[in-house]
Ligand binder design. Structure first.
Ligand SMILES: Nc1ncnc2c1ncn2[C@@H]1O[C@H](COP(=O)(O)OP(=O)(O)O)[C@@H](O)[C@H]1O
Ligand SMILES: [Mg+2]
Length: 346
């Protein structure tokens, strides 16, 4: 008769399994929860640092196999859940219950910044994260249009209630200030608007808040990036020859303010504009290249009709590539949080 399986044996097996992004083992990352040993039957939950973990199925099967190899084990049941870690820099600056802020920027308008901010935010939510979307582009606050939202937010006890659409919470600077005033915005007005975004909006607890920043390098994008405690920045560019200059402009605010750059996405990749400009720019600017999204009529139609492609055609190649990008971004954020934890512990 086989010896009884012990907790120490199971944990030793799980110490041989690494999180593929965080490059540490599941036990020292404290990801193993609810470990139960009932004779030959072992069950536990792996608590991921994001529901958008790109390699979660692989991680699950590796853990399963490792424990199944312990002598005396017959059956292994593995559950997955997730608990997103919070960026402490945000909590030092604002009281809203927001764990991470991802800003989307570009060197110029018309490159698909809003389109991708919307679809990336929705992708994170489709994986199970709690997601907010903040439209801070005072020059073209069209997030509500792309999300199919036509009415302003409700006010309750002098707080604005974010609008719910497709499972995410949305707030737009266009709701706070009449559009004809946008171009004359000055520092103090921006301060007020951004303060309002955080102080006067009743955000529910969010794992990720995606922010659509205004394009370019003017005072306004810079001020905004300074006022919003950004955890990581994503730059959208196109494949054309001018991509490098544009990407550099898009990066400028993040670089100036020491915001970690998560990487560059090339949008509208394909026949007309060619391909590769985003990747070359990323290499030259020494930031990660996150991937490319093709130029495709369905993306524009989805935006125009307020029915984003990741929602209407979630299994299409297009949606799947946007969803893959969102997982890369979520994993980068998780890596940053884990590194911070390690540094604090050391
Ligand atoms: N990959 C794409 N394929 C086709 N059309 C796109 C794509 N990305 C964006 N668009 C369209 O291009 C226009 C500009 O996109 P938008 O997101 O508003 O850009 P920005 O926010 O950078 O100004 C919109 O009509 C949008 O639907
Ligand atoms: Mg836009």
């Amino acid at each position: 008769m086989a010896n009884k399986v012990t907790e120490a044996q199971v944990l030793a097996a799980l110490r041989t399994v690494q999180d593929p992004d965080l490059h540490r083992d599941l036990v020292s990352l404290k990801m193993i929860k609810d470990l139960k040993i009932e004779g030959e039957n072992i069950s536990f939950t792996i608590q991921l640092t994001t529901p958008s973990c790109p390699l979660k199925d692989q991680l699950k099967s590796n853990a399963q196999a490792a424990v199944a190899a312990v002598p005396g084990v017959k059956k292994v049941t593995v559950e997955l859940d997730a608990s997103v870690r919070a960026d402490r820099k945000i909590q030092e600056k604002i009281t809203a219950p927001i764990k991470n802020i991802i800003a989307v920027a570009s060197g110029k308008g018309g490159v698909g910044k809003t389109t991708l901010a919307v679809n990336l935010a929705l992708s994170l939510a489709m994986d199970g994260a709690k997601v907010g979307l903040m439209d801070a582009d005072i020059y073209g606050p069209n997030v509500p249009m792309m999300m199919g939202v036509q009415h302003p937010p409700r006010v309750q006890n002098s707080k604005l209630i974010p609008i719910k659409a497709y499972g995410i919470s949305l707030m737009s600077i266009g709701f706070l200030v009449p559009s004809d005033q946008a171009l004359v915005w000055r520092g103090p007005m921006l301060h007020n608007a951004v303060e309002q975004f955080f102080r006067d909006v009743l955000w529910e607890p969010l794992d990720y808040l995606v922010v659509d920043l205004p394009p370019g390098t003017g005072d306004v994008p810079l001020t905004l990036a300074q006022l919003v405690p950004v955890s990581g920045g994503v730059v959208i560019t196109t494949p054309q020859d001018v991509a490098l200059a544009d990407a550099r402009r898009g990066l400028a605010a993040f670089v100036t303010l020491d915001v970690p750059v998560l990487g560059i996405i090339e949008n509208m990749s394909g026949d007309i504009f060619g391909t590769g400009g985003g990747e070359r720019s990323a290499k030259k600017l020494q930031v990660p290249f996150l991937g490319r999204i093709p130029l495709d009529r369905r993306i524009r139609e989805g935006g125009d009709s307020g029915q984003p492609i990741v929602v209407t055609e979630p299994e299409s190649d297009l949606a799947l590539s946007i969803r893959a990008l969102s997982r890369t971004i979520a994993a980068s954020i998780s890596i940053m949080r884990a590194e911070e934890e390690e540094n604090t512990a050391a």
